[in-house]
Design a protein around this ligand. Structure first.
Ligand code: FAD
Ligand code: PHB
Length: 394
């Protein structure tokens, strides 16, 4: 058994764990990041693409902003399409100049891994059998296997940044943990296509066949999603069928249509809302998807993870610098307030833009009226915009 110690043991090297590691490093706080998967797998997973203003600002503050500034695509607005028409929403004008930036999560992760290596702080990929112990005591432990050796890491604190299927949340006793959950009757089929984006902003579209979303990754790569059934078999979706369905759902009077091209990657994502309360137990602090999941329609998951670790690093800094633990004690409560705001918004975006199989003509008319109100009312567009670009981290 190899024994070592650190101040903060971080489980998971997704955006939450890597951002936290860098924030702590900048405050001179030691951490070890343990990641189950291999480096290539972590970098190559195609996931989020939309960074809120607060996440972009944070990336710059921690020294990870150079490539983001060069390659990230700042969007001041977005389009909503329904009943065959596209409507533009000028988000930055409605939200005090705040905007979103399209920059793939895998690029964020790649940049953060590079920073970690430059900092020379430990980041272990391929850590097997990670388990956490004594989180309700003064000296919690993380055990794991690496390169055939057993390790035990003694920590002051453990940050559970290990995503929805990790080991940290289950370490909170079920008598303490409350789970709030909603599973939606739809999923997203997402593709990456070798095609130049034919519009420089995102298009969220509702058609009688269901939802479709146009996004992008670079001047040469388009990212597209379409609503499908939760248990859908990817094999049932040939490339031709995917394009035919996307082109149908995006049909609009102004003639806009996405460019088509070779499909480079495709996958299906289930949609769920999930919140674990509290986000802290003893010396274990949950951050990101380990604590909450939102359906992707509001583009909030990665951004919530960033807000969590920003708050956690500030609380840990106060603990180590000033010996105060009031920010640590309010970590969960403050995080849940932001989480529930994001849950409310993501639930609303999802229901406003998807067609469940069970809807009736009344539901359809009501949904059309909601969208009609949304694109005609400055108040409604402002509400959408300020939520979508994200409120400052608090
Ligand atoms: P993860 O990225 O899940 O990272 C957790 C890490 O922990 C993983 O690397 C995992 O391998 C590791 N791990 C798990 N268990 C263990 C263990 N036992 N030991 C060690 N390591 C472990 N969000 C947005 O903000 N905007 C978007 O546009 C958006 N689009 C999305 C589109 C799709 C298709 C999907 C699937 C998600 C999208 N999201 C979006 C959500 C976003 O990707 C997640 O919220 C984000 O990845 C959360 O980061 P995280 O670090 O908390 O968790
Ligand atoms: C993406 O570009 O992957 C993306 C954009 C907006 C969303 C979800 C995903 O709401």
């Amino acid at each position: 058994m190899i024994r070592s110690r650190t101040q903060v043991g971080i489980v998971g090297a997704g955006p939450a764990g890597l951002l936290l590691g860098q924030l702590l490093h900048l405050q001179g706080i030691d951490s070890v990041i343990l990641e189950r998967s291999e480096r290539e797998h972590v970098i190559e997973r195609v996931r989020a693409g939309v960074l809120e203003q607060g996440t972009v600002d944070l990336m710059h503050e921690i020294g990870a902003g150079d490539r983001l500034a060069r390659e990230g695509l700042r969007h001041d607005g977005l389009y909503l399409g329904f009943r065959g028409e596209r409507h533009h929403i000028d988000m930055a004008a409605l939200a005090g100049g705040r905007a979103i930036t399209v920059y793939g999560q895998n690029e964020v992760v790649r940049d953060l891994i590079e920073l970690r290596n430059t900092a020379g702080r430990p980041l272990c990929f391929g850590a097997a059998d990670v388990s956490i112990h004594d989180v309700d005591g003064a000296r919690p432990l993380i055990r794991y296997r690496l390169d055939g050796q057993d390790h035990e890491l003694a920590c002051d604190f453990i940050a559970g940044c290990d995503g929805f299927h990790g080991v940290c949340r289950p370490a909170i006793p079920s008598s303490v943990l409350r789970i709030y959950e909603r599973v939606y009757p739809f999923a997203w089929l997402g593709i990456l296509a070798q095609a130049a984006p034919s519009c420089d902003e995102l298009v969220y579209s509702l058609h009688d066949n269901g939802f479709a979303l146009f996004s992008m990754r670079s001047p040469a790569i388009t990212r597209l999603y379409l609503q499908c059934a939760p248990g859908e078999d990817l094999a049932a979706w040939s490339d031709n069928r995917i394009w035919a369905e996307l082109l149908t759902r995006f049909t609009c009077a102004d003639g806009w249509t996405p460019n088509t091209g070779t499909i480079l990657q495709k996958g299906i994502t289930q949609m769920r809302s999930f919140v674990a309360e509290p986000m802290q137990y003893g010396r274990l602090y949950l951050a990101g998807d380990a604590a909450h999941i939102v359906p992707p329609t509001g583009a909030k998951g990665l951004n919530l993870a960033a807000a969590d670790v920003w708050r956690l690093s500030a609380a840990l800094t106060s603990f180590y610098r000033k010996g105060t633990d009031d920010e640590l004690r309010s970590y969960s409560e403050r995080g849940l307030r932001r989480t529930w705001r994001a849950q409310r918004f993501s639930w609303w975006m999802t229901n406003t833009l998807h067609r469940p199989d069970t809807d009736n003509p009344f539901d359809r008319r009501r949904q059309d009226a909601e969208l009609d109100y949304l694109v005609r009312s400055r108040a409604a567009m402002t509400s959408l915009s300020e939520n979508y670009v994200g409120t400052p981290f608090d």
